[in-house]
Design a protein around this ligand. Structure first.
Ligand SMILES: *[C@@H]1O[C@H](CO)[C@@H](O)[C@H](O)[C@H]1NC(C)=O
Ligand SMILES: *[C@@H]1O[C@H](CO)[C@@H](O)[C@H](O)[C@H]1NC(C)=O
Ligand SMILES: CC(=O)N[C@H]1CO[C@H](CO)[C@@H](O)[C@@H]1O
Length: 318
C-alpha cells in the first residue's frame, strides 16, 4: 500500500510538472509581426469610429513601423476625419497561426491611450461566438481597470467567488446573449495594469494560459520584482507553475472549456468609440472626455499622439 501510494504521488507530481511546462512555438518580434500577422482592413463589428487599413497603407503612413526589436502600430494623429468617412485610420492585426492549448506572453512597452480609444489584445476563433473569445487586455478612455473577459455561446458561466485569483469577478455569465454581451469579466487590482499608469511604468507583461480545464491571465508591471525570468526574457520553455496566483482564473465547473473554445488567432487592435468606448457613461462620466466621442475622434488628430501600441514581443508556447 505504502509503495503504491508513494508511486502514485511521484507520477502525479511528474505529470503536473510536465503539464505546466510548454516549449516555444512562435516568437513574434519586430518585423516578425509583418510576416506572422495579417493587417485586417475590415469594418469593426462593434461600430467603432475606425477605418482599419491594410499593411501597405499602414507602412506607407507609418501607422505600422517595425525594426529588429520593436513593432509599433497606431492611430492616424495627423488627419481631420470627414463625418461621412468610416472613421479614423488605425490598425488591426491577426496572427496567421491558430492555437488551442497554449501559453501566450505579451511584452508591451506602451498601449494606446486617450479619449475615445478602445484598445484590445485578445484571442478568438473564426466562428464567433461558437469558438469563444478571450480578452486579455482591454479597456476604454484610459479608465483604469484593466479587465480580462471571456465571451462564449450559451451554457458557460464562472463562479462569483472562491477562485484562486487576485482580481475581482464583475460579471459571471460568459454567454454573449446574456447581459448585452458583457461576458464573464475579472477586474485586475494590480497597479499599472492599464492606460496611463501602465505606460508610465514602462508597460509590462500579460500572459495567458489556456488548457482544456482552465484559462488563466497574469499581469506584471515592467519593473515588478516578481516578473518570472521566463516571462521577462523569452526562452525555449515556460513553466506556468512558477508564476503564482493569476489575476484572472476561469474554470470548467459550469463551462465545458473544450466545447466553448476552438482554435484561436491572436488579435491586437485599436478602435474608437462604438458599442463600449462611445457610451456616455464610459466616454463622459468615467472617462471625463468632452463632447461626443465621434466628434472628438473626427476633429482632434493630435489627441491621438499617444494612441499607439509599442510591442516588444508576443511569444507563444504550445
Ligand atoms: C477591436 O477591439 C474591440 C475590443 O476587443 C472589439 O470589440 C472590436 O470588435 C474590435 N474591432 C475589430 C474590427 O476587430
Ligand atoms: C515612423 O515611426 C517611428 C516610430 O514612432 C519613428 O521613429 C520614425 O521616425 C517614423 N518615420 C517617419 C518617416 O516619420
Ligand atoms: C491601476 C488600476 O487602475 N487598477 C484598477 C483595476 O481594477 C480595480 C477594480 O475595479 C480598481 O480598483 C483598480 O484601481
Amino acid at each position: 500500500m505504502r509503495s503504491t501510494a508513494a508511486l502514485f504521488a511521484v507520477s502525479t507530481l511528474v505529470s503536473s510538472a510536465l503539464a505546466a511546462t510548454y516549449p516555444l512555438k512562435d516568437s513574434f518580434v519586430g518585423q516578425g509581426f509583418l510576416s506572422g500577422f495579417s493587417h485586417q482592413a475590415i469594418p469593426d463589428p462593434t461600430h467603432g469610429r475606425v477605418n482599419y487599413v491594410d499593411q501597405p497603407t499602414a507602412l506607407a503612413q507609418n501607422l505600422s513601423f517595425a525594426t529588429d526589436n520593436t513593432f509599433i502600430m497606431r492611430a492616424d494623429s495627423f488627419s481631420v476625419v470627414d463625418p461621412s468617412a468610416p472613421g479614423r485610420n488605425s490598425v488591426r492585426i491577426q496572427s496567421n497561426n491558430q492555437y488551442t492549448t497554449h501559453v501566450s506572453v505579451y511584452d508591451i512597452r506602451h498601449m494606446p491611450q486617450g479619449c475615445g480609444t478602445w484598445p484590445a489584445a485578445w484571442e478568438l476563433g473564426q466562428n464567433w461566438p461558437a469558438q469563444g473569445e478571450v480578452d486579455i487586455l482591454e479597456g476604454t478612455n484610459d479608465i483604469e481597470p484593466n479587465q480580462s473577459t471571456l465571451h462564449t455561446s450559451a451554457n458557460c458561466a464562472m463562479p462569483a467567488s472562491g477562485l484562486a485569483q487576485s482580481g475581482k469577478a464583475v460579471t459571471t455569465d460568459c454567454d454573449v446573449a446574456a447581459n448585452g454581451n458583457a461576458g464573464c469579466g475579472v477586474q485586475a487590482t494590480a497597479p499599472n495594469s492599464y492606460g496611463k499608469s501602465f505606460n508610465g511604468a514602462g508597460g509590462g507583461f500579460y500572459a495567458m494560459e489556456r488548457t482544456s480545464t482552465f484559462i488563466k491571465v497574469w499581469f506584471w508591471s515592467r519593473n515588478d520584482p516578481t516578473v518570472p525570468a521566463d516571462v521577462k526574457t523569452a526562452g525555449a520553455t515556460v513553466n506556468t507553475d512558477a508564476w503564482g496566483t493569476p489575476e484572472a482564473l476561469f474554470v470548467n465547473d459550469q463551462c465545458d472549456i473544450n466545447a466553448h473554445f476552438g482554435p484561436h488567432n491572436i488579435v491586437i487592435n485599436l478602435t474608437f468609440c462604438g458599442d463600449w468606448a462611445g457610451l456616455p457613461q464610459f466616454y463622459n462620466t468615467l472617462g471625463n472626455c468632452p463632447g461626443t466621442c465621434n466628434d472628438f475622434v473626427n476633429n482632434n488628430p493630435s489627441a491621438f499622439n499617444d494612441a499607439f501600441w509599442d510591442i516588444a514581443g508576443v511569444h507563444v508556447y504550445e
